[in-house]
Design a protein around this ligand. Structure first.
Ligand code: PGA
Length: 275
């Protein structure tokens, strides 16, 4: 099995002005990476850290984090390269700002902005083509879980994404700045656990993530499928992150509320260091 580096991504949602983001970055820089590892050069066990900020904060947050080991992420992008799409933001606009990750298909976007599975698949490919790693979110509602439809719902959400990824991986010509299909990250976020304080048990999250891994293998083949990272998200906090990361098939976390203060976000990162 390939070595997958843990990825701890903060999703700020529609919180923080540019000034607030800069203040956050100042405090974060003082706490991360830990002085001891930086001094020893022992950074191999550190998780990859990403903050997915609102569009308006990206440019200055990128500058504030430039010398740190924290990467810049966005929360959405257009599926189109450019054109008459008022209010949209393209992948090249993001990559110019140094954005390395983008959340795609978050359940809030699916629910409130009618983002379809097909649009999520298109966004995934556009991101990769521009050198931005997509964090593709999937997850079931409480009603779907109680109706024992979790696997069917997730399989349907994944299907167009995986078909597109298979085609993308097989294509001979990709733009020079593009990322490989293996850079894609899947985030399993049960909708009933997002922002509710009700987190999934580690065993339940792990069972669904194993199912997702099996779906990936079926479409992409085992060697590519095993390179993709799969995160858990939904009420992850410094107090509970260790139990998820203890599951061998959970490669990190996508965190909303607990990423909003530098103290809490740094605590999540510290809990994720591999000893
Ligand atoms: P939460 O949000 O950590 O506040 O539950 C997670 C997410 O929506 O990505």
């Amino acid at each position: 099995m390939s070595e997958r580096k843990r990825l701890i991504a903060g999703n700020w949602k529609m919180f923080k002005t540019r000034a607030e983001a800069e203040t956050f970055a100042e405090t974060l820089r003082a706490g991360w990476p830990p002085q001891s590892t930086a001094a020893l050069g022992a950074t191999s066990g550190l998780p990859e850290a990403v903050i997915c900020a609102p569009f308006t904060a990206l440019a200055s947050l990128g500058q504030a984090l430039a010398q740190s080991r924290v990467r810049l992420g966005a929360q959405n992008l257009s599926e189109h390269a450019e054109g008459a799409y008022t209010g949209e933001i393209s992948a090249s606009m993001l990559s110019e700002l140094g954005v390395g990750y983008v959340i795609v298909g978050h359940s809030e976007r699916r629910a409130y902005f009618a983002e379809s599975d097909a649009a999520v698949a298109a966004k995934t490919i556009v991101a990769l083509q521009s050198g931005i790693a997509p964090i593709v979110c999937v997850g079931e509602s409480l009603e779907e879980r109680e109706g024992e439809r979790t696997q069917a719902v997730i399989a349907a959400q994944l299907a167009p994404v995986l078909t597109s990824l298979r085609e993308y991986a097989a294509a001979v010509e990709t733009p020079a700045a593009a990322l490989k299909a293996s850079a894609t990250v899947i985030a399993y976020e049960p909708i009933w656990a997002i922002g509710t304080g009700k987190s999934s048990s580690a065993a339940d999250a792990s069972a669904v993530i194993s199912f997702i891994r099996a779906e990936l293998r079926a479409v992409l083949g085992a060697s590519l499928a095993d390179e993709l990272r799969i995160q858990y998200g939904g009420s992850v906090k410094p107090e509970n992150i260790a139990q998820y990361l203890a599951q061998p098939d959970i490669d990190g976390a996508l965190v909303g509320g607990a990423s909003l203060t530098p103290e809490s976000y740094t605590a999540l990162l510290r809990q994720s260091i591999l000893s």
